[in-house]
Each structure stands twice: as structure tokens, then as C-alpha cells.
Design a protein around this ligand. Structure first.
Ligand SMILES: *Cc1c(COP(=O)(O)O)cnc(C)c1O
Length: 394
């Protein structure tokens, strides 16, 4: 149940929009405007002074974008949502808002490459520091918190090896020290995992992936307490300016309506493909959160409704075998990104994770033979036949 007691599947279609105020238009109108006329100079004065609600300029607010922001807030069960021009726009606005020069950030042991890039930039420019830790136990987290730690930043499942972090446990330790926990919920979407319900403080999304689901928009979202998100809205969102455009917001609203259906189908397909991969002689290790043999299965069952659509697996062979395998596929597309209707497959060691030094990369389990598969919405039998044929040629 979300905050107005409607179920998720209803909220994702209706929240934040009332057709009665929009000439009965069932589809949310696209307010493709940069600015808004004031009724009088005095009204302009009141709006700028914050004494009257209303739109001023689309970097600060837009009616189409507002619907999206209300909807994602309800889906994540948070007080306020904000929309950005990309996942990185959302992530940078939140991290910059929560930290200052010389601060320390405690991170999960795997991070999206550009999030890592942002932290590196902040380290170089503002003398900040960060540590990557496994976050397996409360003791470990406690022992790595410093007086200047101002943020705990977590991804779970961790891309691409699907290691999980117990969000409730992390939130409990963070509360003891009054440190906000930010969770990148891109891989699960709020349909499968709701970090705010587990005590975390802010959720960020690359809405480019499952939330939109159709591979035709780059967008980001953030949800959390009103007080913090109000501040983000008036500082790092407004002044850095990573605001989403009205048309992209509309595409996202449209894509999100089918999120529950798509996530169930992605999960159904992934479970089937995982079983097949798991028992194939040319495949070594397979990683999927809802696999009973997964070391973090207990966490998966506790905090993820289902396993989602991403599987990682190792080819029994070399880097060249992995590349040959990708080249031998037919409709399964060799591409980065995930969460689209199309099944996408990539080679993390030379693509998404190529910037990580080899030793670190291997420590993270990202070997030269590892493949990441974003299982799409096609018939699972066809996906498997394509994978199986390419495997059989190895
Ligand atoms: C893609 C991705 C991002 C970045 O999002 P963009 O929309 O590409 O800016 C951040 N985190 C995760 C986990 C992602 O997969």
C-alpha cells in the first residue's frame, strides 16, 4: 500500500494527476513551455518571494514534471520526489547536497562507474574521501564510520555480480550516528524493493532503466524527506540545472504505467533463463538474487519481492570466448544499459567496468569471462534458443 492506501498497481497509473483540472485529458498533457505568464507584477513578486504557489520557469518547476515527481514519491513511499535529466543528475544533486569539502562518504563495494567518477572528482576538487566496504555486518560499518562521514551510499544488488546489502541493517547503524543513507534503487525499481520502508533516507534512480523500460529516454529521480528534497530542489537541482524536460517526463509517466507488469515478466523470464544457464556445461558461475544458492539469498527474500531481470554469468573460457559468444547472438542485442523490452547483453570487463584497474576489478568478481544479461520481455524460449545456439558454438 502506498500513502493514500491505493495499491502499487493503481498508484503507478493515477497518483499526482487529476484529469478534471485538464479538460478531462486522460493522458497527462505535455506542458512544453519554458516560462509562465504572471497575472500581475505583484503576483510575480509573490511567486519569487515564495509567498504564493505557482510556476515561474521550467527549470524550477513544470506541471508535467510535477505529476512525475508526485508519482515516484508515492511509489517509493517518500514525502517528496524530484525529477532530473539523468540518473547522474539525480545522484550528483543528492550527493552534493549532503556533503561539503573534507567530508567522508562510506560506499558499498561496487558503484555505478559515473557515480565513482563523481566521487573521484569531489575528492580531487574538495579534498573529500571515500571508502568502499562490503557492508556485511554492523560491526564492519561502525568501525569504518569517521567523524567526518556525512553520507552512506549503497547500491544493491551490486552491478554486475548481484551481491546484496541488507538495507535495514545499514539503516540501523546509520541512525546510531545520524548519517543519511542514500540507495541507488535502479536495478530493482520500487516495485521490487523500497529502501525508505527499510529505514533508508534517500532513493535515487536512473529512470532510464526499468522505470521507463522502453529504452527511449535518459532520466533520473530522487525521493526522500520533504525537508531535504525541498533543499535539493532550491539548490543543487535549480542551480546546477539538471532538470528533466517535459516531453521526457511524459515518456517516463507513460512507461511507468506498466512497471509492475514488466517487472513480473522480466523476473519470470530471468528465472527461466537462469535455470537454463545454471545447468549449461559451457557456463561456470551464475549470479541472480533469487537463486536459493546465492550467498545473499536470505537478504534477497527479506527485501526484494522478486529477483528482477539482470543475470550475470561466466563463460567457461577466455575473454575471447566471451566476445565470440556475444558476436554469435542474433536478436539478443550487444549493448550496455538494462531494463528495456529488448534483451541486452554486455561484457563488463571491457565495457561498463573497463575503467576499474584489473586487480580491483577481479577482486569484485568481474572476470574476463563474466557476461551481464538484461533479460527482456520477449518469449523466454526465444531468448534461450539464441543464447544456447551461441553457447553451443564455443
Ligand atoms: C545507468 C545507471 C546510472 C546512471 O544513470 P543515467 O540515467 O545513465 O545517468 C546510475 N546507477 C545505476 C545503477 C545505473 O544502472
Amino acid at each position: 500500500m502506498t500513502k493514500d492506501n491505493k495499491r502499487f498497481e493503481t498508484t503507478v497509473i493515477h497518483e499526482g494527476y487529476d484529469a478534471k483540472n485538464m479538460h478531462g485529458s486522460i493522458s497527462t498533457p505535455i506542458f512544453q513551455t519554458s516560462t509562465y505568464e504572471f497575472e500581475s507584477a505583484q503576483q510575480g513578486e509573490r511567486r519569487f518571494a515564495g509567498e504564493e504557489e505557482g510556476y515561474v520557469y521550467s527549470r524550477i518547476g513544470n506541471p508535467t514534471v510535477s505529476v512525475l515527481e508526485k508519482r515516484i514519491a508515492a511509489l517509493e513511499n517518500g514525502e517528496r520526489g524530484l525529477a532530473f535529466s539523468s540518473g547522474m543528475g539525480a545522484i550528483s544533486a543528492i550527493i552534493i547536497a549532503l556533503t561539503k569539502a573534507n567530508d567522508h562518504i562510506l560506499c558499498s563495494s561496487g558503484l555505478y562507474g559515473c557515480t565513482f567518477g563523481l566521487l573521484t572528482l569531489m575528492k580531487e576538487k574538495y579534498n573529500m574521501s571515500y571508502d568502499f566496504i562490503s557492508m556485511d555486518t554492523k560491526e564492519e560499518i561502525r568501525s569504518r564510520i569517521k567523524p567526518e562521514t556525512s553520507c552512506i551510499y549503497v547500491e544493491t544488488p551490486i552491478n554486475p555480480t548481484m551481491k546484496l546489502i541488507d538495507l535495514k541493517m545499514v539503516a540501523e547503524v546509520a541512525k546510531e550516528h545520524d548519517i543519511p543513507v542514500v540507495v541507488d534503487n535502479t536495478f530493482s525499481s520500487p516495485y521490487l524493493q523500497r529502501p525508505l520502508d527499510l529505514g533508508c533516507d534517500v532513493v535515487v534512480h536512473s529512470a532510464t532503466k526499468y522505470l521507463n523500460g522502453h529504452g527511449d529516454v535518459i532520466a533520473g529521480l530522487a525521493v526522500g524527506k520533504k525537508e531535504l528534497l525541498d533543499e535539493v530542489s532550491m539548490t543543487t537541482q535549480k542551480d546546477i540545472g539538471g532538470m528533466i524536460g517535459p516531453f521526457d517526463a511524459w515518456l517516463l509517466l507513460r512507461g511507468m504505467k506498466t512497471l509492475p507488469l514488466r517487472m513480473d515478466r522480466h523476473s519470470d523470464n530471468a528465472e527461466k533463463i537462469f535455470d537454463k544457464l545454471h545447468s549449461h556445461p559451457k557456463v561456470k558461475n551464475t549470479y541472480y538474487p533469487h537463486d536459493a544458492n546465492h550467498p545473499d539469498y536470505a537478504i534477497a527474500k527479506k527485501q526484494m519481492k522478486r529477483g528482477g531481470g539482470v543475470i550475470a554469468f561466466e563463460i567457461d573460457g577466455t575473454k575471447e570466448s566471451a566476445q565470440t559468444f556475444l558476436n554469435d547472438l542474433s536478436f539478443v542485442k550487444v549493448a550496455v544499459s538494462l531494463g528495456d523490452a529488448e534483451t541486452l547483453i554486455e561484457h563488463p570487463a571491457t565495457m561498463t567496468h573497463a575503467v576499474i584497474p584489473e586487480e580491483e576489478r577481479l577482486q569484485m568478481g568481474i572476470t574476463d569471462q563474466l557476461i551481464r544479461l538484461s533479460v527482456g520481455l520477449e518469449a523466454w524460449e526465444d531468448i534461450w534458443e539464441d543464447l544456447e545456439l551461441a553457447l553451443s558454438k564455443l
